[in-house]
Design a protein around this ligand. Structure first.
Ligand SMILES: [Fe+2]
Length: 253
């Protein structure tokens, strides 16, 4: 089984992720070494903290990156790149600009599927999150809630996540949430979501090579000691693969 990582800031010189094609290649090397074979470049978009790029500009940057990766992959030391399946998506920040672009259908989904990765500000009140989720659903897109462990509402109103799921929202958690050394409280929360069957996808949200690397393997090792391996594989391989193929998801028993 290989991992498929749906959320990673691989696209160089766009946001706070990779700063160059050299860094992108090294991020891909780390991901490959740790068992990932499918990965999606999800640059921040509509996030006021970063420069605004249109979907067309991101598509252009992605195809330039792919040309360089394909070129490099012919060299012996970069031949691992041939085994990496790299796709384009975006991490859409639910701002007013995002909602406008959504109305015009000018948003980037994950690999052109109906699945749209969306993030909110950490302290956004739940009713506003619910309204944005509904707006995405009205456009016949499926929202994928990025890094569920980051939001205040996730802890204060954990049952609201079941509500989002019932509406059709997909729940993504970052692999680092299962790292007890970083934050025991987040880890307990993450495990409770896994046990309750609230999770759909585990992804790296990788930004660089060392600080926030594109690695999900540690979470896999932790989780398979706690839960049936088939469930963990669903979150880290089967479901992300289904999303990229625009198919419906599985919920492990
Ligand atoms: Fe992210």
């Amino acid at each position: 089984m290989h991992f498929v990582d749906l959320h990673c800031h691989l696209l160089p010189s766009i946001d706070d992720g990779s700063s160059s094609i050299v860094e992108t290649v090294e991020m891909l090397r780390v991901a490959h070494r740790r068992g990932t074979r499918g990965i999606v470049a999800t640059p921040h978009t509509f996030q006021p903290m970063f420069a605004a790029f249109s979907s067309m500009e991101l598509i252009g940057a992605f195809s330039r990156m792919m040309e360089e990766l394909n070129e490099l992959s012919r060299q012996e030391q970069y031949s691992f790149l041939q085994e990496m399946d790299v796709h384009l998506g975006a991490e859409n920040f639910a701002s007013a600009e995002f909602r406008e672009a959504l109305e015009k259908r000018k948003v980037l989904t994950l690999n052109g599927s109906r699945y749209l990765l969306v993030e909110f500000s950490s302290f956004m009140p739940f009713p506003l999150i619910e309204a944005a989720v509904d707006q995405i659903l009205e456009h016949e897109l499926t929202p994928v809630l990025a890094h569920v462990e980051r939001y205040e509402f996730s802890y204060q109103l954990p049952e609201s996540l079941d509500d989002l799921k019932r509406r059709g929202c997909v729940i993504q958690i970052n692999a680092e949430a299962f790292d007890r050394r970083r934050n025991g409280e987040v880890m307990e929360f993450a495990l409770s979501l896994a046990r309750r069957g609230v999770l759909d996808v585990i992804a790296s949200d990788g930004h660089d090579v060392r600080g926030r690397p594109p690695v999900v393997q540690g979470a896999f090792e932790t989780l398979r000691r706690e839960l049936p391996e088939v469930a963990v594989e669903t979150w880290m391989s089967a479901n992300p693969s289904r999303i990229l193929a625009n198919q419906s998801l599985e919920t492990p028993e």
